[in-house]
Design a protein around this ligand. Structure first.
Ligand code: PHE
Length: 349
């Protein structure tokens, strides 16, 4: 039996030998079955021999299989060549969704400014989504966001929520990394809302800086640098309007100027204003809730809709189409997988 195994010269023929020996009507299987018809004494004598034989055969098959597989791999390595520098043909390549593209562009721009990328869960506790961000229970700001509440895991537990913004990642990143910190957190967020400019799931990017002696000036410079790089326009003008967020003080909503070009509103110039993000200086209570001393650390945070950034930059006008999965839309608005955004090549190239 062992020579038959060693003689097998391919994985297929080895498998036929295996079936002939150990398969349902294989020779060794038949021997094992014959034990049932033996008297007790013969069985006691034969059983260990048959089991030992089965053990040897199983080991021999595994050994031969490993030999054949490594020979096969050697052969493939020697004969098959893949030219990784060849571009994938258009007919078989998918496209990168504009949301993924914009996330890559953001990571590239902020990496250049020394920011890391942080992540957090989409199913979040009320502590991280609200309370730690200075929105205690019954705080009216909780009603500002149309929250999806999940069933509690056990009766009496506080229900989890689908995070309504990326701000909970501020607390999580501070807990893990402490300060100083320079980070962005892109990801999915959820609100119970749906029309041409709102979908129940959309994307935000959070920015968080906490260090010593950080001022509103740093916030404004960072946003201006980011938006100019992102929209690839030097004539981009920023307007900061006083606003309110529970987790920042003072808070500012940020508008960018737009102008008409060939019948389309484009970012740049100052014929009108449109809002692109919310921001402010991190509230001392938020810093304390993340376990740090607000007298030592200050910083700023901002939150920005990624889908909206994509629409403004790449000219889509219906947000819902982002999530329809229509292959024609993806072919039209998607990006080639190999066109990775870089600052030197133009992030949106
Ligand atoms: N989390 C806010 C929102 O979703 C945006 C924001 C983030 C505002 C950080 C200020 C600072 O509306």
């Amino acid at each position: 039996m062992l020579d038959r195994i060693l003689a097998a010269d391919s994985l297929q023929s080895l498998d036929s030998v295996r079936v002939a020996l150990l398969g349902k009507s294989g020779e060794i299987t038949a021997k094992l079955k014959s034990l049932g018809g033996m008297d007790a004494e013969t069985r006691a004598a034969e059983a260990p021999k048959i089991h030992a034989l089965r053990g040897r055969v199983t080991d021999a098959i595994a050994g031969r299989k490993a030999e054949l597989e490594s020979a096969e791999l050697e052969r493939k390595l020697a004969t098959e060549k893949v030219d990784l520098s060849l571009p994938a043909p258009d007919s078989i390549s998918g496209t990168v969704h504009p949301v993924s593209q914009v996330m890559d562009e953001l990571a590239e721009i902020f990496a250049d400014l020394g920011f890391s990328v942080a992540e957090g869960p989409e199913i979040e506790t009320q502590w991280y989504n609200f309370t730690a961000l200075n929105m205690p229970e019954n705080h009216p700001a909780r009603a500002m966001q149309d929250t999806f509440y999940l069933e509690p895991r056990a009766p009496g537990d506080e229900p989890y929520v689908l995070r309504t913004h990326t701000s909970p990642v501020q607390i999580r990143a501070l807990e893990v990394h402490g300060a100083p910190i320079y980070t962005i957190a892109p990801g999915r967020v959820y609100r119970s809302d749906s029309d041409a400019t709102h979908t129940p799931m959309f994307h935000q990017v959070e920015g968080l800086v906490l260090d010593r002696n950080i001022t509103l000036g740093h916030l404004k410079w960072t946003l201006e640098t980011f938006l100019k790089a992102f929209f690839e326009r030097d004539d981009l003008v920023l307007r900061m309007r006083p606003s309110y967020f529970p987790f920042t003080e003072p808070s500012a909503e940020v508008d960018v100027g737009w102008s008409m070009e060939k019948g389309r509103r484009v970012v740049g110039g100052s014929e009108g204003w449109m809002e692109v993000l919310g921001s402010g200086m991190v509230h001392p209570r938020v810093i304390a809730n993340a376990g740090l001393d607000p007298d030592e650390w200050q910083g700023f945070a901002f939150g920005c809709g990624i889908d909206r950034l994509a629409m403004l930059k790449y000219g889509m006008d219906d947000l819902r189409a982002f999530f329809d999965g229509d292959i024609r839309w993806l072919k039209h608005y998607g990006f080639k997988a190999l066109d990775v955004p870089t600052l030197s090549g133009g992030v949106g190239a």
